[in-house]
Design a protein around this ligand. Structure first.
Ligand SMILES: Nc1ncnc2c1ncn2[C@@H]1O[C@H](COP(=O)(O)OP(=O)(O)OP(=O)(O)O)[C@@H](O)[C@H]1O
Ligand SMILES: [Mg+2]
Length: 383
């Protein structure tokens, strides 16, 4: 659907058809439709553009996961059946990120079996690999790196975690790899090696990154577990950092297209604008903004004022209750569309060059392949 504001239209098909585009990353605030958009784009790339596509989803809604054939976290792409890609020759594969298993794989590739077993057995690792803030973002990037390195995909579409802030996706990996690269841990371990209870409080006081939950789980064991963890993980520190840097380079490459997803609400649009600014600073290629779940009147030429005035006249004449009601519904949608356009301007005024596509709010949740196809069509300008 063409956006009816000044921003240039986003040509999703040009991006999906371009063999030079190998990675599409869908970012945005929580709940705006990142997972839906990622899956819809991947489906369209396979069906319309014949690309061998994989979509990396993160925490998809259960019904959507099921209709993509994802019944459990299994961390490897599965081919999605029941898509219409006979003509195009494309393929759609989907996977759900298993954060813990991805972390385990990283450890395994960087250390020998015995050390890996020590790491896995360590409660600190267990807590961190499944609960540490930022682990999911880091592992999403890690998985992207793996899929990319495999070289078997024409196009990788990446969904991003349901973070409070879209920026977490860019910030968390750096934070985590700084943590893992050992300097901070070594700092903490200096007092730990000296032993003593007071050191425990020193550590916890100086290390705000530990959540209360982690402390509770680990309790007094923390220091010994932590030193064991660091000793065992020592060989992988460089590896972690190097991999985070490699993935950053993928994100900066010309073959990558970031799509921001935002609902037409002030917070989500503001978040998208922050993110766009950050992408600019990081020299990461922003391809466009998808405004998701917008409302548009079916008869845009009829203004809300006219519709309300006509409804009033019908009321006065009597006998046209249903028509008057339809006019009032139209007026409400037209007014909502106008508000949404104003909100979208928060973004388009700050980034007038960034192309925008608008996707209508569907009457129900999008949880199957047909629904995804509809979203893909809505996103593209040609249909
Ligand atoms: N255009 C649309 N019309 C109607 N429903 C939609 C639309 N886009 C997304 N939804 C629904 O909104 C809900 C949230 O979408 P989705 O899971 O894609 O958001 P998300 O940004 O990935 O959320 P999170 O940040 O929690 O990961 C889902 O139930 C989805 O089916
Ligand atoms: Mg999601």
């Amino acid at each position: 659907m063409p956006p009816d504001h000044a921003a240039p239209p986003l040509d999703v098909d040009r991006i999906l058809a371009d063999p030079g585009v190998r990675t599409v990353v869908c970012c945005g605030a929580g709940g705006v439709g990142k997972t839906t958009t990622a899956a819809a784009l991947a489906l369209r790339a396979a069906e319309r553009h014949g690309r061998r596509t994989v979509v990396l989803t993160i925490d998809p809604a259960r019904r959507l996961a099921q209709s993509l054939g994802l019944t459990e976290l299994d961390n490897t792409p599965r081919q999605v059946k029941g898509i219409d890609a006979v003509g195009s020759g494309g393929e759609l594969h989907a996977m759900m990120l298993d954060m813990k298993r991805t972390f385990d794989e990283v450890v395994l590739t960087h250390t020998d079996a015995q050390k890996a077993a020590d790491i896995f057995a360590n409660p600190f690792y267990q807590a961190m690999s499944s609960t540490f803030a930022g682990t999911q973002e880091y592992m999403a990037m890690e998985k992207l790196g793996q899929l990319h390195a495999g070289g078997e995909w024409d196009l990788i579409v990446v969904d991003t975690p349901p973070s409070r802030s879209a920026l977490d996706f860019l910030d968390a990996p750096a934070r985590l790899s700084r943590f893992l690269d050992g300097r901070m841990l070594r700092l903490l371990l200096a007092p730990a090696r000296a032993g003593g209870r007071s050191m425990f409080s020193l550590v916890t006081a100086s290390f705000g990154m530990f959540s209360r939950a982690v402390q509770k789980v680990l309790g007094a064991q923390l220091l010994s577990d932590l030193s064991g963890f660091v000793a065992a993980l020592d060989s992988t520190f460089g590896g972690f950092r190097q991999r985070a840097e490699q993935t950053y380079r993928i994100l900066q490459a010309d073959e990558t297209a970031f799509l921001l997803v935002a609902a037409p609400e002030p917070d989500a649009v503001r978040e998208a604008a922050y993110f766009a600014g950050r992408l600019g600073e990081e020299r990461m290629p922003l391809a466009g903004l998808v405004l998701n779940r917008v409302h548009r009147p079916v008869a845009p030429q009829l203004s809300a004022e006219h519709a309300l005035a006509a409804a009033g006249r019908l009321d006065a004449d009597g006998g046209h209750g249903a028509t008057a009601e339809a006019l009032r519904v139209h007026a409400a949608v037209a007014q909502q569309a106008a508000r949404e356009r104003q909100v979208a301007q928060l973004f388009t005024e700050a980034f007038p060059q960034v192309p925008v596509a608008a996707v209508r709010a569907q009457p129900a949740d999008v949880h199957d392949v047909d629904g995804l196809r509809t979203i893909g069509q809505a996103m593209s300008q040609v249909d």
